[in-house]
Design a protein. Structure first.
Length: 124
């Protein structure tokens, strides 16, 4: 398996794991001060954080087995993680200093996005 497929597969497993965990237990969001407290909040958290993240992971896993999907998958990873990082940086500027976990997530998103875009530059 080539480096691009390995990176997409690792990303897929991460998205699938996080998505499934949030689909089952959206209270995990309390780690970033966003735990739902009402049935409406639970439904929205399960859909927007669990279902959407799981869907992204499943798309990425399909891409691992379809060579023509690897480049779109890398674009998706780069854009999704890059936009997540943009949201965190925007919040840092507008909302003030968050808890330390946000800085770890931001670092992961920036590195992941840059890796995806760097892999797009390689021919193989």
């Amino acid at each position: 398996m080539r480096l691009k497929q390995i990176f997409v597969a690792a990303s897929a497993l991460l998205f699938i794991g996080i998505g499934a965990a949030l689909l089952i237990n959206p209270e995990i969001l309390s780690a970033v001060d966003m735990a739902p407290t009402t049935p409406t909040g639970f439904a929205d958290a399960r859909a927007d954080y669990g279902g959407a993240t799981l869907g992204i992971g499943l798309f990425l896993m399909l891409a691992v087995f379809r060579s023509t999907w690897i480049r779109p998958a890398l674009w998706a990873i780069g854009i999704i993680l890059g936009c997540d990082a943009l949201g965190r940086v925007t919040s840092l500027m507008l909302d003030g200093k968050p808890r330390p976990i946000i800085y770890y997530l931001l670092a992961f998103e920036v590195v992941g996005s840059l890796c995806a875009f760097a892999l797009l530059r390689f021919k193989t």
